[in-house]
Design a protein around this ligand. Structure first.
Ligand code: SF4
Length: 91
């Protein structure tokens, strides 16, 4: 399954992705984009959003990376139990 990621450090909150692909992106409390859904990703729409991002903050990856639902780090960790620095879920 493919999964969307927004690199917050790169996002400048321009809103392009939110306007183009509002089913998948919305602003967080800091005015930066966040992924709100990975369900039924329309790759055509998402690719336009990715190409429209002025800072290259959006990525779509095959979900062969961290699968922890509490994490979303996108790191290639496969840790079991989860030792991801972004997570601490201990699952
Ligand atoms: Fe942030 Fe890029 Fe979306 Fe603009 S298009 S809000 S910079 S992720």
């Amino acid at each position: 399954m493919e999964k969307l990621y927004v690199e917050k450090e790169r996002c400048i909150g321009c809103g392009a992705c939110v306007n183009i692909a509002s089913d998948y992106f919305d602003f967080d409390d800091d005015g930066k984009s966040q992924v709100i859904s990975n369900e039924n990703i329309d790759s055509e729409v998402v690719n336009v959003a990715i190409e429209s991002c002025p800072t290259g903050a959006i990525e779509i990856k095959e979900n062969d990376v961290c699968e922890c639902e509490d994490c979303d780090c996108g790191e290639d960790c496969h840790c079991d139990p989860c030792e991801c620095e972004n997570c601490h879920c201990g699952e």
